[in-house]
Design a binder for this molecule. Structure first.
Ligand code: PMP
Length: 412
């Protein structure tokens, strides 16, 4: 066997495993359209087709808002496309500095620090914080995102995992730890797959009682909740109680990038120690300017949040009334549970091909086996007609696949 054949053997077997385990991913190529959002052109193997996108994380449509587009274009024309360097070496552009000021303000913190993505901010943020605390014990929620898990891992600190949102379990673990030992509680506000929320105040109570630091991921909440878009912590009045707030610029704010917001001192310590911040090129000025425009817009305009909530509530009500197994929660995420990977994939394929509805199947390992689902994310731009069309499409697919609908709908 030649050299290449030997190595190819391993990659072939990796791809085969993905197929065997039904985890092989097929990407859906979209041509997004500012004017027709959330409609897009799907470039299928049979040619272009019009679809309605129902699984975007551009939750408020800020990627296509005139203020973000205009800021990006104007800044790219003035400052060029690339940042030109790391933050330490020529990459700290004025728009990034302005963006960080705005982010700190909406989260009620002294300082913010922008990273390449939310993934990087979690991974390098958690790792760095835990490394700066001697003999740190990390207490991590069982449903934390992969980027947080990788940060915990990379810190090298000892970790204990508490059952998802289980305060009694968290308290047991805190009580069992040596009182003087530094402790870091790591959790999310809005959990992305079920759309449930953390008991933020109760976790802060425990942190205060047992002398722990708190680190919250607001990736699925920043821009969407709170009067200034400061996330779920702002919504429930807990901003001041949290030590470190992490979030993304890629979802509610419609751009790309991630950040941490915390005290001046914490950010100062992280900035010169976090490898994922130091050794990489800064966010381009045009993106920083666009994100800044989005943050500033959502800090004063509640129109997007209001309309978003209305359309989310309507989507949940219409799907539920149609007998579909919607997992109810207090947030903007609408999980429709199928409970089988093959059927979830088929439901998604049929929706796309037969109804022009694009919603990606969510399978293991993103969610536990047996809870495979369609994760639907309405935006303020999904009209009532589109919501009705989604319900019709789902019901038709459910019937064709022999999936159960709740009885009141079967009778209707
Ligand atoms: N945290 C959570 C909870 C996420 O779901 C994600 C990605 N979807 C991230 C962090 C990473 O954010 P980004 O996409 O900005 O890298």
């Amino acid at each position: 066997m030649g050299r290449r054949m030997i190595y190819d053997h391993f990659f072939r077997s990796a791809v085969d495993t993905l197929h065997d385990e039904r985890r092989y991913r097929v990407f859906t190529t979209l041509e997004r359209d500012v004017e027709r959002f959330p409609r897009a052109i799907w470039h299928s193997s049979d040619g272009p087709r019009d679809v309605v996108v129902w699984c975007t994380n551009d939750y408020l449509g800020m990627s296509r808002h005139p203020v973000t587009i205009e800021a990006a274009m104007r800044t790219a024309q003035r400052m060029g496309v690339g940042a030109g360097g790391t933050r330490n070496i020529a990459g700290t552009s004025l728009p990034i500095v302005e963006l960080e000021k705005s982010l700190a303000r909406i989260h009620g913190k002294e300082k913010a620090l922008v990273f390449t993505s939310g993934y990087v901010s979690n991974e390098t943020g958690i790792a760095t914080i835990a490394q700066l605390l001697p003999n740190c014990l990390i207490l991590s929620d069982a449903q934390n995102h992969n980027s947080m898990i990788e940060g915990v891992r990379r810190s090298g600190a000892e970790k204990v995992i508490f059952r998802h949102n289980d305060l009694a379990h968290l308290e047991d673990l805190l009580a069992a730890a040596e009182p003087a030992r530094p402790k870091l509680i790591v959790f999310e506000s809005v959990y992305s797959m079920d759309g449930d929320v953390a008991p933020i105040h109760a976790i802060c109570d425990l942190a205060e009682r047992y002398g722990a630091m708190t680190y919250i991921d607001e990736v699925h909440a920043a821009g969407l909740y709170g009067a200034s878009g400061g996330g779920y912590a702002e919504e429930v009045g807990a901003l001041e109680r949290l030590d470190v707030i992490e979030a993304t610029l890629a979802k509610g704010f419609g751009c790309i990038g991630g950040y941490l917001a915390a005290s001046d001192l914490i950010i100062d310590a992280i900035r010169s120690n976090a490898h994922g911040f130091i050794f990489t090129t800064a966010l381009p000025p045009a993106i920083a300017a666009a994100a800044h425009a989005a943050v500033e817009h959502l800090a004063t305009s509640s129109e997007e949040r209001r309309r978003h909530r209305t359309q989310v509530a309507r989507t949940k009500a219409v799907l539920n009334a149609a007998g579909l197994p919607v997992k109810l929660n207090p947030t903007h995420i609408v999980p429709v549970i199928v409970g089988d990977p093959e059927l979830t994939k088929r439901a998604s394929d049929m929706l796309l091909m037969e109804h022009g509805i694009y919603v990606q199947p969510i399978n293991y390992p993103t969610v536990p086996r047996g809870t495979e689902r369609l994760r639907i994310t309405p935006t303020p731009f999904h009209s009532d007609d589109l919501i009705d069309g989604l319900a019709d499409g789902l019901v038709a697919v459910w019937q064709k696949l022999g999936l159960p609908l709740k009885p009141q709908a079967a009778a209707a």
